[in-house]
Design a binder for this molecule. Structure first.
Ligand code: 5GP
Length: 183
């Protein structure tokens, strides 16, 4: 697939992503061996990652989704997040892994962790496709991560720019004049 002109360069190819997800999934299956795991995806960015990850797990898996919305368009960095679509089922007593597309400032993940922790799961952790630590504002414990990325705006494999590019099979860096103000 030829990248669209807005794409500067491919950061991780389809093959690299698949291989890394297999590795991370093996670690998760090992960690939760003998138990079942509930994966909670955050709409919409984590959908592609969650489905790819779930298929590689060798333990019993349930899935559920949370929809979040930000109070303003520029809410990244503000931490002003609310749940727009709640989980279908309770998580009390379950082993839960929150599946994220990217942890950036950490504000979204922290809010979701706090919210889910209040529902008495047996355990609660984060698994993220991408981790961008240079912009972190609050520390969040990340149990599983696939890739660390530099401070550039990325799209693909679920991540969007104005709702576009989620379907790309690779993860790519946008041209510097695109993206939410990142260099
Ligand atoms: P945080 O609350 O950690 O700052 O931001 C998390 C959310 O911001 C992600 O779930 C994602 O929706 C969005 N985000 C942060 N960085 C990027 C990026 O480089 N590309 C895209 N497409 N979304 C991003």
């Amino acid at each position: 697939m030829t990248p669209p002109p807005e794409i500067e360069r491919v950061l991780f190819t389809e093959e690299q992503i698949a291989a890394r997800i297999r590795e991370v999934a093996a670690g998760i299956s090992e960690r939760y061996r003998g138990r079942s795991l509930k994966l909670i995806g955050v709409l919409k960015g984590s959908v592609f990652f969650l489905t790819a990850l779930a298929r590689e797990l060798t333990i019993p898996v349930k899935i559920d989704f949370l929809g979040i919305s930000s109070f303003t368009d520029s809410a990244r960095g503000s931490g002003m997040v609310r749940i727009a679509k709640d989980l279908d089922d309770p998580i009390e007593g379950e082993d839960v892994l929150l599946v994220e597309d990217i942890v950036d400032t950490g504000l979204t993940s922290r809010y979701l962790l706090q919210t889910l922790a209040g529902r008495s799961p047996n355990s609660l952790g984060i698994c993220t496709l991408l981790d961008r630590t240079p912009r972190r504002l609050v520390q969040v414990p990340i149990e599983f991560r696939c890739f660390e990325i530099p401070d550039r705006f990325v799209v693909g494999f679920g991540l969007d720019y104005k709702q576009l590019y989620r379907h790309l099979r690779y993860i790519a860096v946008m041209h510097p004049d695109k993206g939410k103000g990142l260099a």
